[in-house]
Design a protein around this ligand. Structure first.
Ligand code: ZN
Length: 137
């Protein structure tokens, strides 16, 4: 029997992010004082330390900033996925997040490659994952 895939742990700071993901919407925070945009969520702006961040919706486009190919599963739920790709995605709006690239063999992924957002539903939660954008798109 396959192990169930772990779902995200939430707290008051990150809860709006995961609630948006459950609605298949990817959100990031933007500083009301300086305009800086970031992920993961925090109570103050990582650039100017102002409180009062606002949530903004990402349009779901970005590029591969960095990636690694996992050949070993550190949780039994990931064994059937081996080898799988963990990537830092830079959203078109600027924030970066750690995610997975789905639908591609590891040799197809390159730093800088354009990607598009998808959601992977797991029970009541949804994880933002990315797929390589078609060539020339
Ligand atoms: Zn700021």
């Amino acid at each position: 029997m396959d192990a169930p895939r772990p779902v995200p742990q939430s707290d008051a700071v990150i809860r709006p992010f995961w609630e948006a993901c459950a609605r298949h919407s990817l959100c990031f925070q933007q500083c009301a004082a300086c305009g800086h945009r970031w992920l993961p969520a925090s109570v103050v702006c990582p650039r100017c330390w102002a409180a009062g961040a606002e949530w903004r919706q990402a349009r779901g486009e970005g590029s591969v900033f960095s990636f690694a190919v996992y050949h070993r599963a550190y949780h039994p739920a990931f064994e059937p996925l081996l080898p799988y790709i963990v990537a830092v995605i830079e959203l078109a709006e600027g924030p970066r997040l750690v995610s997975n690239i789905v639908g591609s063999a590891p040799g197809e992924v390159r730093v800088g490659a354009p990607v598009r957002l998808e959601f992977l539903d797991i029970g009541d939660a949804a994880l933002p994952v990315f797929r390589l954008a078609p060539q020339g798109a």
